[in-house]
Design a protein around this ligand. Structure first.
Ligand code: SF4
Length: 63
């Protein structure tokens, strides 16, 4: 699985970083980034939930 944050759409709301804190984090610009190296079998569902919860649909998930 791969996740990607479209920074042009991210508004830095913090939803993804709260739902899947192992995978999404804020960068210095206040926008989220996905750490694909931290995606595991255990947190895949959280990554999907984070993508679905993003208010601007900024997260793309590739299964
Ligand atoms: S949930 Fe979406 S808008 Fe909010 S910080 Fe994450 S990527 Fe950005």
């Amino acid at each position: 699985m791969k996740a990607k944050v479209n920074k042009d759409a991210c508004i830095g709301c913090g939803s993804c970083t709260a739902i899947a804190s192992d995978v999404f984090e804020f960068e210095d610009d206040g926008l989220a980034v996905a750490k694909n190296e931290n995606i595991t079998e255990e947190n895949k569902e959280e990554v999907r939930d984070a993508a679905e919860s993003c208010p601007t649909s900024a997260i793309e998930v590739e299964e």
